[in-house]
Design a protein around this ligand. Structure first.
Ligand code: FE2
Length: 264
């Protein structure tokens, strides 16, 4: 079984490259199930009903979120009844939506869990470690995929070593920069960060000049999403259906054509 996980989709440019590439990626890697992190999809922050439905109609099966899960209040109207949205289980407020969703694929249960890191992150109710300890008995006999939405690579890596036996994959998101440390740890696929699907010429998705202004002392400007062409960052995880353990993780990074032509 092959699972595609696409990293943080940022704004219009991120959506455009996802929709342009998803069908061919699914064919090329023989994908059975597609997860995307969508917490930055609505102009850099949050999710709307329109974009949620657009993702599903384009062939996405599950959508994880993060610290911006509730940045658009629109989500409160549909997250409760959504079967495809997964919000960080250990993040305040815990009253809206679910931190775990299960899906039946090829006779197996894929259990998608979204957790938020406790280092440098806000609104954390309990650490991802504390949250995961409580789930152990429910994770049995399932293909457990964790999106650990976190800032610190050390926290994500430590989590993977701690919970490798109950997870088929621990995939980091949030930093928007793809790391080159993908590996299989005793049957658990791991990467510190899948990376961003969003504007290539940007500062983690934001307009470059606005970020420069902020770092040079002008705090009056609000950041907007860059309109530049996007890159797509993802991983493909191959899972042995008998053991329900991962055997391979492949990193994907597609840059805009203009940038590829400039490479030496
Ligand atoms: Fe985030």
């Amino acid at each position: 079984m092959n699972i595609l996980f696409v990293g943080d989709i940022v704004g219009k440019a991120g959506r455009a490259i996802l929709y342009a590439r998803l069908v061919s990626l699914k064919q090329a890697y023989n994908i059975d199930f597609t997860i995307v992190n969508g917490e930055n999809i609505a102009h850099g922050k949050g999710m709307t009903l329109k974009l949620y439905e657009e993702l599903l109609s384009n062939g996405v099966d599950a959508i994880t979120l993060g610290n911006h899960a509730y940045s658009k209040s629109d989500i409160l109207a549909f997250i409760q009844k959504s079967k495809h949205l997964v919000r960080p289980l250990n993040m305040h407020p815990q009253t809206h939506g679910k931190g775990i969703q299960e899906f039946e694929v090829k006779g197996k249960t894929i259990r998608v869990i979204n957790l938020i890191g406790s280092v440098f992150m806000d609104n954390v109710v309990e650490t991802p470690f504390e949250a995961m300890y409580q789930l152990e008995r429910f994770n049995k006999d399932k293909i457990v995929i964790v999106d650990l939405h976190a800032e610190a690579t050390s926290e994500k890596m430590a989590f993977a070593y701690q919970f490798k036996d109950q997870c088929a994959a621990v995939l980091g998101t949030h930093t928007h920069v793809q790391t080159a440390d993908e590996r299989i740890i005793d049957g658990c696929a791991f990467i510190s960060d899948v990376g961003m699907t969003g504007p290539f010429n940007s500062v983690i998705g934001r307009d470059i000049q606005e970020v420069l202004d902020r770092f040079n002392g002008n705090f009056s400007k609000r950041f907007t999403v860059s309109e530049e062409p996007a890159q797509l960052c993802a991983v493909v995880i191959t899972i042995d259906e008998q053991s329900m353990r991962s055997t391979q993780i492949q990193r994907i990074q597609i840059r805009p054509e203009k940038e590829l032509n400039n490479e030496h």
